[in-house]
Design a protein around this ligand. Structure first.
Ligand SMILES: Cc1cc2nc3c(=O)[nH]c(=O)nc-3n(C[C@H](O)[C@H](O)[C@H](O)COP(=O)(O)OP(=O)(O)OC[C@H]3O[C@@H](n4cnc5c(N)ncnc54)[C@H](O)[C@@H]3O)c2cc1C
Length: 397
């Protein structure tokens, strides 16, 4: 017998779920509050849509249920994902492991999904803002949207996404729908976004615009919370760039939190000391020139109290060590995260542990949860779109 399925939210996860559900022979209606499907997709990957990644692992995500996430990622592997892309007529290419549509345009992805939905005969209701999900006397779901009740669904897939990107207050509504069905929401914050720091404005201004390959560690109350490496971008307000975006997922309350940047990744203290011996006729400034950009060197050396113009030969062993530490663990103090409108994801959401292995709600049989509405926050690199499609697959098979 055909299942009547309502999909709430026509983003990437919702469209993928609707396609899988139609392929199972079910009758599917997609409710989307915007005037067209997949609006956020157009913003992804700077308009190029980094749709997935060739290397996906549980450790690329922050979630409350790693075991469940692992099983979702295994079920929707690269082969299954490629079959899905092929089924909607999408060709992709890899750029250092990150997958993009071959056209390099996010619009292609959205269009291919919409063509597939139309070909499969899904009902699409845009401009249809769902405000309530209720079970009726027959045990079926009634969906209230735009002051109308659409009744008689035996399955509801909630794929209402998060608040990042096109944020307004009503974007929170998906979470409220989930909590009205008995779910616990993990408090979230903007994720994959820049970190504004409370450090000296003059120091930040001097570094503004500098991009360097470095390692960054978040330390909270003296404990290492997360590490990311890659190209860090200094701004007049703090830190940005892909590794910092990744770290922003872990930074909620800023008390006792520091980001330590290692500008000399891979250089040990012993190697640093040997270099100091070899170039002891140089000044600190010229000695460091071959290792780090000078505004960074000047800032770090200034922080540890060593004279930037002193000769290396005149420094004590302790001063050499202090310089090394200042360059391998330079402190930045997070004060605030860039807002939802500048972030790529919302962290938090419905606890993944409150769904079964098929994404079905443990509290409301027939309700399934897919994509960013769940407490799963991937790093930059196609991981969040991948999770949206993977959870959609698991909710429909
Ligand atoms: C600027 C930017 C760049 C990004 N780049 C990438 C990238 O390159 N790679 C990557 O993997 N991820 C990227 N992301 C993250 C990625 O876009 C999201 O994680 C992904 O879109 C989540 O998919 P989703 O279907 O769960 O939610 P969404 O895409 O947010 O879709 C949810 C849909 O539900 C609709 N909706 C919400 N509530 C209701 C309601 N009550 N009734 C009806 N409709 C409703 C919304 O309008 C929306 O269309 C980026 C995000 C942003 C903002």
């Amino acid at each position: 017998m055909k299942t009547r399925t309502a999909v709430i939210g026509g983003g990437y996860g919702g469209m993928a779920a609707a396609i899988f559900e139609k392929k199972n022979g079910n009758d599917v209606t997609v409710f989307e509050r915007q005037d067209s499907l997949g609006k956020k997709l157009l913003l992804t990957g700077n308009g190029r849509c980094n749709i997935s990644n060739e290397n996906i692992d549980v450790t690329d995500y922050l979630t409350d249920d790693e075991e469940k996430l692992g099983s979702i990622l295994v079920r929707f592997d690269r082969k299954k994902e490629d079959e899905f892309f092929a089924s909607i007529g999408l060709l992709t290419r890899s750029d250092r492991g990150c997958l993009y549509p071959l056209t390099g345009k996010a619009k292609t992805v959205g269009n291919c999904l919409v063509y597939a939905l139309n070909e499969l005969g899904a009902h699409i209701r845009t401009g249809c803002y769902v405000t309530a999900i209720k079970r009726n006397a027959d045990g079926l779901f009634d969906i209230t949207a735009a002051s109308k009740v659409y009744g008689g669904f035996s399955k509801v897939i909630l794929s209402s996404g998060g608040m990042a990107g096109i944020y307004d207050e009503s974007s929170k509504n998906g979470n409220q729908l989930a909590s009205s069905c008995g779910h616990t929401l993990k408090e979230g914050h903007p994720g994959l976004t820049a970190v504004l720091c409370s450090d000296d404005r003059k120091k930040l201004k001097k570094l503004d615009g500098i991009r360097v390959r470095a390692g960054a560690t978040v330390i909270k109350k003296g404990k290492k919370i997360a590490f990311e490496a890659g190209e860090i971008q200094h701004t007049a307000d703090g830190l940005s760039g892909i590794p910092v975006f990744g770290l922003s997922r872990y930074i909620d309350d800023m008390t006792d939190t520091v980001i330590k940047i290692d500008y000399l990744t891979g250089v040990t203290l012993d190697e640093f000391k040997l270099r100091a011996l070899k170039f002891n006729n140089r000044s600190v400034e010229t000695f460091l020139e071959g290792m780090v950009l000078s505004p960074i060197a000047e800032m770090a050396v200034g922080n540890c109290g060593v004279n930037y113009h002193a000769r290396i030969a005149g420094l004590s062993e302790d001063e050499i060590k202090k310089m090394y530490l200042a360059l391998t663990a330079a402190d930045f103090h997070p004060m605030q995260l860039n807002g939802y409108n500048k972030a790529q994801i919302s962290t938090g959401g419905v606890l993944l542990s409150e769904t079964d292995e098929n994404m079905q709600s443990r509290y409301c049989k027939g309700l399934y949860l897919v994509g960013e509405v769940l407490n799963v926050a991937g790093r930059c690199g196609g991981y969040n779109l991948h999770f949206a499609a993977a959870s959609a697959y698991c909710a429909t098979f």
